[in-house]
Design a binder for this molecule. Structure first.
Ligand code: N2P
Length: 341
């Protein structure tokens, strides 16, 4: 009996040495420019759990990698509409709340939302908006919405997110159509609008749209609010405007894929991220709207006064709906319009 035990220990040590046993790791697939490497490193230092980190730049990219399989991801960060789709298709594992005591730090207004009414599968990571950044040193016009920036005079002075669902939604808002009703008919209506827009755009970038604005390569942008907040911190000439026609309020969540190989480690990382001192570091690096109210208490008055992170008059904001198969129609339309450029 004793020697069997010994043998098992030797086997375990050997197999971990050659990488056969991968128990003490977690595979994170997250948005680029959203999770500070420092946070992952300190998690590893505290727990001994190694974090393998891969990034994506759109929900559609995340979904296609997951559907293709082979990623072995343990922790992902979809936005509300992609999370809803995954729940509907049974792609997410229910969360063991007993392993998430820090969940208490999330504000009540971020619980029980449409994408996961019983908070069974998802935990809010950050929320934010998609809006317009104006370099007010250069652009003196009163910019209120999409219709004020997609103009011939701003040709080659615009950066926008490289996100098909976003772009189609901006066009729907511009036409006064509901953002959640995406079908053949509404796509036919937005087609000529977007065809004109793509001719004006200089840069499509979802990873770091702040960069061409900072460099002065462009004067206007449609970006994630966290990018706008970083620009504001850099120089207050970069003003954030929530488009009058309507804008996306995204809720990005943490979730564990149903087939994740390291669920316990993923839960440990979620609980770590929910710790106020850790969540505060995330806000320091990527100043989105933090749903963790205990972490918000640790932010400076300047951080809380950043108009892109914590908008005072948000206007017309909407979360996105799961639109099922129409997502593929959006991608076809956008590929078509961009390639005929
Ligand atoms: C961070 C991307 C923000 C997430 N680069 C938008 N849902």
């Amino acid at each position: 009996m004793k020697s069997l035990k010994k043998l098992l220990i030797v086997l375990a040590v050997l197999s971990s040495a050659v990488g056969l046993s991968a128990a003490n790791e977690v595979n994170l697939f997250g948005w680029s420019e959203y999770v500070p490497q420092d946070v992952l490193d300190s998690f590893t230092a505290e727990t001994g759990i190694k974090v393998n980190f891969e990034t994506y730049a759109s929900n559609e990219e995340l979904l296609s990698k997951l559907v293709a399989g082979g990623g072995n991801y343990d922790l992902i960060q979809p936005s509300e509409y992609a999370a809803k789709l995954m729940i509907r298709r049974g792609m997410l594992a229910p969360l063991d709340k007993s392993k998430l005591p820090n969940l208490k730090n999330i504000g009540p207004e971020f619980r029980g939302l449409v994408h996961d009414p019983e908070d069974k599968y998802t935990v809010p990571y950050m929320t934010g908006t998609v809006g317009i950044v104006v370099n007010t040193d250069v652009v003196k016009d009163d910019i209120k919405g999409y219709k004020d920036i997609f103009l011939p005079k701003f040709k080659d002075r615009l950066v926008v997110l490289n996100d098909n669902r976003e772009i189609v939604t901006w066009a729907l808002y511009t036409l006064g159509l509901p953002a959640s009703e995406i079908n053949r008919d509404s796509l036919a209506k937005v087609r000529p609008v977007i065809a004109d827009w793509v001719k004006l755009v200089k840069v499509f970038d979802s990873d770091s749209p702040k960069t061409p604005l900072l460099n002065g390569d462009v004067d206007l942008g449609i970006v994630w609010s966290g990018e706008a907040a970083l620009l504001w911190n850099e120089d207050q000439k970069f003003k954030y405007v929530l488009p009058a026609e309507g804008a996306h309020r995204f809720i990005d969540i943490l979730a564990i894929p149903a087939d994740a190989p390291h669920k316990a480690e993923a839960l440990a990382l979620i609980n770590y991220i929910l710790r106020p001192d850790v969540s505060r570091i995330i806000s320091d690096n990527f100043p989105y709207t933090n749903p963790n109210l205990a972490a918000r208490e640790l932010l400076t008055p300047e951080q809380l006064a950043n108009p892109a992170s914590y908008p005072v008059e948000p206007g017309k904001l909407e979360t996105f709906r799961d639109i099922g198969k129409a997502a593929a129609d959006i991608d076809r339309l956008m590929t078509d319009l961009k390639s005929s450029q």
